[in-house]
Design a protein around this ligand. Structure first.
Ligand code: NAD
Ligand code: DAU
Length: 354
């Protein structure tokens, strides 16, 4: 039978995936209070949630998962019954320049939340769930064949994936040691609206639109498995309410793309949308210095979640990409606001001074 909750704490709900999760939960469960705790780092943006900000079951708290008093106050004041934990430093390139920040937010921040849940919930309670949103990157890198399953051993290879893997280990340790009710899902690369333009797809859309070089790392041979963000949010909703406690679920699109093929597809699409001569966007492709330790291939076997919970992606990649490009072109102000200020310094360091 499905679990129900009166109050759900979503961390990192002003970020890319978090905002889609918050929107879905607020709209689908009007009798449940959805509390969004977000520090509003460079990646957090309340503009992502303007459509639901006045709903009576939505509450925003600006706060840091490393502020123990803040977390304890929230648990006490709102009687939190479930946590959907998304707050994290999420960009691999930034983790290469600043690993410590990733350990502090992604590892210690997760432990702080686990401690608050442990303090406030009965051991083995069936009324509660601590749900950790993780990544396929914890499994390491694949060769030309094979898929990550839930049984694949962890083998993280970037500071980002090492921090997420460590956090997952703590979540499982709290389940084993203290009987904290937990679930974990490991998802592949998401794309869609409200994604910060440091990530490949929105960065490429932004640069093509502005006729700027589109940076492709190395030879563009690396492969990622892409999933539309609203399909990820639907999977999270399902696991939160119906997933088996103590379980791990892999979530992916069965949708592998070599980076260079994806960028070429995007260029063709953008030529059409912007009424530019065929082939003009492809001329913007610029092969740049590779990411250090760049994982070659990720690919997820998501047959468990399909078999046990009936989830599968709702959109074909071409449809999802089309919708995504339309959204970025229609939301110029959002993109311009987010790419002014600090983003310019990041861009200069990452792409122009290397
Ligand atoms: P994002 O960078 O867009 O958003 C992260 C959010 O966390 C931001 O709103 C930020 O303000 C908030 N945050 C950061 N540090 C915080 C702190 N100390 N306290 C409170 N809030 C803080 O990230 P995203 O791409 O939406 O990813 C969300 C989660 O999903 C992450 O845990 C990530 O590891 C995981 N994930 C992402 C993908 C992907 O493709 N983007 C895929 C699989 C899993
Ligand atoms: O696999 C899930 C992960 O996907 C999430 O856990 C991470 O939070 C998320 O950032 C994402 O990580 P990636 O490193 O795969 O995503 P990114 O968009 O940074 O890069 C996708 C691929 O494109 C990767 O092979 C690197 C390459 N790339 C990226 C950028 C930013 C380029 O070639 N050029 C670029 O400018």
């Amino acid at each position: 039978m499905a679990r129900t909750f009166n109050t759900i704490l979503v961390t990192g709900g002003a970020g890319f995936i978090g905002s889609h999760v918050v929107r879905r939960l607020v709209n689908n469960y009007p009798a449940c209070k959805i509390l969004n705790l977000d520090k509003l780092t460079y990646a957090g943006n309340l503009e992502n949630l303007t459509d639901i900000q006045n709903k009576p079951n939505y509450i925003f708290v600006k706060g840091d998962i490393n502020d123990i008093n803040c977390i304890e106050d929230i648990f006490e004041k709102y009687t939190i019954e479930a946590v959907v934990h998304l707050a994290a430093e999420s960009h691999v390139d930034r983790s290469i320049s600043n690993p410590t920040e990733f350990a502090v937010t992604n590892v210690v921040g997760t432990i702080n939340l686990l401690n608050a849940a442990k303090k406030n919930w009965a051991a083995a309670s069936d009324k509660n769930l601590f749900y950790q949103i993780s990544t396929d990157e914890v499994y390491g890198s694949l060769g030309a064949t094979g898929l990550f399953t839930e049984e694949t051993c962890y083998s993280p290879r970037s500071p980002y994936s090492a921090s997420k893997a460590s956090a997952d280990h703590f979540v499982r340790a709290y389940h084993h040691t203290y009987l904290l009710p937990v679930a974990i899902s490991n998802c592949s690369n998401n794309y869609g609206s409200f994604q910060f333009p440091e990530k490949l797809i929105p960065l490429a859309i932004h640069n093509i639109k502005n006729s700027k070089p589109v940076p492709v790392y190395g030879k563009g041979e690396n492969i990622r498995d892409w999933l539309f963000v609203e399909d990820h949010a639907a999977a999270i909703d399902l696991i939160l309410h119906n997933g088996l406690v103590g379980s791990t679920y892999n979530i992916g699109g069965f949708n592998e793309w070599k980076n260079i093929d994806l960028i070429r597809l995007l260029c063709k699409l953008m030529d059409k949308k912007l009424n530019r001569p065929a082939g003009s966007s492809e001329k913007l492709i610029a092969f740049v210095k590779d990411r250090a330790g760049h994982d070659l291939r990720y690919a997820i076997d998501s047959s468990k979640i399909k078999k046990e919970l009936g989830w599968e992606p709702s959109l074909q990649f071409e449809q999802g990409l089309d919708k995504t490009v339309d959204w970025y072109l229609a939301n110029e102000k959002w993109l311009n606001d987010i790419t002014s200020g600090d983003y310019q310094n990041y861009y200069k360091k990452q792409y122009l001074e290397r």
